[in-house]
Design a protein around this ligand. Structure first.
Ligand SMILES: Nc1nc2c(ncn2[C@@H]2O[C@H](COP(=O)(O)OP(=O)(O)O)[C@@H](O)[C@H]2O)c(=O)[nH]1
Ligand SMILES: Nc1ncnc2c1ncn2[C@@H]1O[C@H](COP(=O)(O)OP(=O)(O)O)[C@@H](O)[C@H]1O
Length: 318
């Protein structure tokens, strides 16, 4: 077989739940944490892979396990007499995925997992890039997406602002009317949304899921309101603020970019002052990068993301 043995782990479940006694309770001496989970039929999942939609033998469809703590799906893998819980990123060919016994497909289970495994299953964390307009977020992001094409994926936001020359609908943004965006916001389709410089911006659930379904590190470019709102979700990203060396430099860059009217430029500068002030809040960002020299800033960005990049690259196939 072409896959590596995943982190060894079996499950201990509540003996009170019928049908789970086959799960091996050998987790006697590992560090444990407890969490609730639920089996969901694959077709109800928001982040299905096409392979999951296939039928997997006489007992029906493959089932995925959605753990509140985990971004990745996980599967049961029978190894000998034990059932091992493994993240889908480590999984072999779809045909080798196992089926979960019928009795376990419904309801809530209480399980014990080794903390290390939970961490492994969480996969790479998303990344939030924030900072004043004109600080260099898009420039750094584009470099990252180019150098790590299959590792990072951009969460394409919605906005009501007009496209700039060269911007592509569906790639840079989903350009929408305020009416449409409000409708979708009210329908609960957004993780967060904000008003910036007279326009609406927002991250849809679908935008993040589209990236995560590819097992890529999801990168979000959001303003300060976005940062605060994402903090209230369970996305658990790494927060990075990209900042200019000074407001004067910021103004110069924005003017030279030639994308703004005098009015929108002034609005951006005003927002930048507030942004820089708010970003001083301790703990708000994991890292603040002063983008003076682009190459130096890019190196710092890669440095803080090194661990996530390694996780996303996954174990070497043997
Ligand atoms: N909250 C939030 N802010 C966003 C989103 N997308 C973009 N922004 C922010 O909106 C602001 C304006 O973006 P944009 O009009 O593209 O101008 P630019 O940042 O100067 O290129 C920037 O601070 C972005 O980080 C989003 O989905 N949510
Ligand atoms: N380190 C830098 N030195 C000089 N110019 C820069 C640097 N970083 C970005 N720029 C330029 O500044 C402008 C604003 O950068 P951009 O990436 O569009 O910012 P943001 O996405 O944060 O609004 C762009 O014209 C970009 O080419």
């Amino acid at each position: 077989m072409s896959w590596r043995r995943p982190l060894g782990c079996a499950l201990a479940t509540d003996a009170s739940i019928p049908g789970t006694e086959w799960l091996d309770p050998f987790l006697m001496d590992v560090e444990l944490c407890r969490c609730q989970f639920e089996f969901l039929p694959a077709q109800q999942g928001a982040t299905q892979h096409s392979s999951q939609r296939q039928s997997h033998g006489p007992r029906g469809k493959a089932f995925r396990l959605q753990l509140p703590l985990c971004k990745n799906e996980v599967y049961f893998l029978p190894l000998g007499t034990f059932y091992h819980l493994v993240p889908s990123t480590l999984f072999p060919e779809p045909a080798e995925r196992t089926l979960i016994p019928k009795a376990c497909r419904k309801g809530q289970f209480s399980c014990h997992f080794p903390v290390g495994l939970i961490k492994a299953m969480q996969g790479p964390r998303p990344v939030v890039l924030s900072g004043p307009s004109g600080a260099g977020k898009s420039t750094l992001l584009k470099k990252l997406l180019k150098d790590y094409e299959n590792i990072f994926g951009f969460s394409v936001s919605h906005t009501t602002r007009q496209p700039r020359p060269g911007e592509v609908n569906g790639k840079d943004y989903h350009f929408v009317t305020r009416e449409d965006m409000l409708k979708d916001v009210n329908a609960g389709e957004f993780i967060e949304h904000a008003e910036f410089s007279g326009n609406m911006y927002g991250t849809s659930k679908a935008a993040v899921q589209a990236v995560q379904a590819q097992n890529q590190i999801c990168v979000l470019d959001v303003d300060m309101q976005g940062v605060k709102n994402i903090k209230k979700t369970d996305l658990n990203p790494i927060y990075i603020s990209i900042q200019p060396p000074s407001l004067e430099v910021l103004e110069k860059r924005l003017r030279e970019r030639q994308t703004e009217t005098e009015e929108s430029l002034q609005k951006r500068l005003k927002a930048a002052r507030v942004d820089l002030e708010l970003s001083k809040e301790p703990g708000l960002f994991n890292l603040i990068i002063i983008n003076d020299n682009l190459e130096v800033a890019y190196l710092k960005l890669k440095e803080i993301l090194a661990e996530e990049i390694k996780k996303a690259q996954g174990p070497k196939k043997s």
